[in-house]
Design a protein around this ligand. Structure first.
Ligand code: FBP
Length: 550
């Protein structure tokens, strides 16, 4: 297999580990923990894994001997840079405990665990994937692991391979399910431990203990490089406004981090839009005002960042989307009737069935977007918000607003636009030094948690703004991050999702700068991720993390 020159050099990189993990270990246990909210309900649902203590690994003078273990690993959900390093760290960590330990990879995500689609990950395989991006070593998938039958099938597969522990590398939902799995296996005394690892480029799996999810650092650096390149083009040609939608699902962490790295003229933050209860019209006005202001200075160009989930945070759009979900839910009479309506009449037909308020909002949307809202649905029948081309929607609506202002003599500029969507460009990038080290440590540490018989824990590596040597390794009980939330009409225990905090340091710093960034051209060009060179370039942590820990 041909590999690039960079990949050849990068394969030689030895990721850094926290000091404690490089030595003989012992476990230091903290006090019993409790969930972030709804303690009584969560305790009742997780009688075997609730209240476990926080764990920190510390150096020890004595060498512990560990029995032979077989471990299975699952990659769950969207790709995030560094997944391969979690697996190589896990592999090396297991071998350091006992050279006879084996690692198995369940292929294609949680589906492979249920269907026993599995491969033994040998040193030869692992070595090909060290410090590389992607999840292709075993593949990933979005099958939800939440039914007892699935747990039993998985257990039978583990038993057939002699697997004593499973590591689930995933986001908040996958780790919630990992915790339910851990609880179930403990309850039936299955003899299989379950450990989670915090993954997602979206950055929304973080809390008091988990400082960041892996992949966020690299993905944001890739997007920021691309945004910087576009800014330089915009500043050279001076004829386009670039509207860039960024992945991140509901939360705006990615958009905020990229804004902090590049200083765009506009960056919407969904959480703020929701808090201010802004209408779509107000969002459009906000953008148009900045375009007009810059035009007065002769600057008919700029860059606007749009978080992919923003549409759902605009209250009137949220109501509209919910009404459409109900109206067009699979199997309903209205959905059936809709499928027989001629394409050209679908917007009118739908608008008539909506509440008067939603009908007005629906009719105010550009035709393409209105149609998209009635068509692109996920397997549960919900609108696929991430597929809505918000950047194009905003361009169209801003253009219409500027035309009106022009007629009224309030705008004299020229509006040329380009639209972009960055998401897949960053999800499988080769991990930055930060993610390479952080992921390797998370995997290595997961092996230690398994070695010490832990279950229902998430691998924990903290103090990540310090040099890796000073990172703190241990485990956090997954139940500690949980609360009860309504999902599909039922109250369920889930890991609390971290949205952008409007009183947090990253947002408040952004808010203090954005007016200046809007009016002036203060673009910053971060350039590509560097793997070799000065530490201040290569080992830079995300701005979000830096500001949060400042
Ligand atoms: P995870 O939450 O599973 O890590 O996925 C992150 C993400 O990249 C989101 O930002 C995005 O909305 C989604 O995955 C897209 O996933 P898919 O390519 O499966 O549609």
């Amino acid at each position: 297999m041909a590999i690039s020159a960079l990949q050849q050099e990068r394969a030689k990189y030895q990721p850094k580990l926290p000091k404690a993990l490089k030595e003989n270990l012992q476990v230091s246990e903290g006090d019993a923990t409790q969930s972030v909210a709804d303690q009584q309900e969560i305790k009742k649902l997780f009688p075997n894994t609730y209240g476990l203590p926080l764990i920190e690994f510390v150096a020890s003078d004595e060498k512990t001997t560990f029995p032979v273990m077989n471990v299975g690993v699952i990659l769950s959900g969207g790709q995030a840079p560094g997944g391969h390093n979690v697996i190589s760290g896990l592999f090396d960590g297991l071998k350091s405990l006992n050279p006879s330990n084996k690692l198995y990879g369940f292929k294609g995500g949680p589906g492979g665990f249920i269907d026993n689609d599995v491969v033994e990950l040998t040193a030869d395989i692992i070595d090909q994937y060290r410090n590389t991006g992607g999840f292709d070593i075993i593949g990933s998938g979005r099958t939800k692991l939440e039914e007892v039958e699935q747990f039993d099938e998985g257990l039978a597969n583990c038993k057939s391979l002699g697997i004593n522990a499973v590591v689930v590398i995933g986001g908040d939902d996958s780790n919630t399910n990992a915790c339910v799995l851990a609880e179930y296996y403990k309850k039936i005394d299955a003899g299989v431990q379950v450990i989670g690892c915090p993954k997602t480029i979206d950055g929304d799996l973080k809390n008091e203990m988990i400082e960041t999810s892996f992949g966020f650092d690299t993905a944001c650096k890739v997007y920021s490089e691309l945004i910087g390149n576009i800014m330089r083009d915009a500043n050279s040609a001076k004829k386009y406004w670039h509207f860039i939608k960024l992945m991140g699902r509901s939360a705006s962490h990615i958009a905020l981090e990229c804004a902090l790295q590049t200083h765009p003229n506009i960056c919407l933050i969904s959480e703020e839009v929701a808090e201010k209860e802004q209408t779509l019209g107000e969002v459009v006005d906000y953008i148009a005002d900045i375009i007009c202001k810059r035009a007065e200075n002769g600057d008919d160009f700029g860059v606007a960042l749009i978080p992919e989930g923003v549409i759902e945070f605009i209250p009137e759009m949220k109501v509209l989307i919910n009404e459409l979900n109900d109206l067009l839910a699979e199997g309903t009479a209205t959905a059936q009737a809709f499928s027989h309506v001629k394409k050209s009449h679908r917007i009118d037909w739908t608008a008539e069935k909506l509440s008067p308020k939603s009908s007005v909002v629906f009719r105010s949307l550009p035709e393409g977007i209105a149609n998209q809202l009635t068509l692109d649905r996920d397997p549960h029948g919900n609108v696929q918000v991430s597929k809505i081309e918000t950047e194009k929607l905003l361009i169209e609506m801003v253009e219409a607003e500027l035309s009106e202002r022009k007629l009224e003599g309030k705008y004299k500029g020229k509006f040329g636009s380009q639209n972009h969507f960055f998401g897949y460009e960053g999800r499988c990038a080769a991990p930055s030094n930060f993610d390479a080290d952080y992921c390797y440590s998370l995997g290595y540490n997961a092996a230690a948690l398994i070695g010490y018989g832990k279950t229902g824990y998430m691998s924990l590596v903290r103090n990540t703004t310090a040099p890796a040597d000073k990172w703190i390794a241990g485990g956090v009980p997954i139940t500690m991050m949980m609360n009860m939330e309504r999902r599909h009409g039922h109250m369920k225990p889930v890991i609390q999702k971290a949205l952008v905090e409007l009183d947090g340091k990253p947002f408040t710093y952004f808010a203090s700068q954005r007016e200046m960034w809007a009016e002036k051209t203060d673009f910053v060009y971060p350039g590509p991720i560097q793997y070799f060179g000065p530490a201040r370039v290569c080992d830079r942590v995300s701005e979000t993390l830096r500001l949060e820990k400042a």
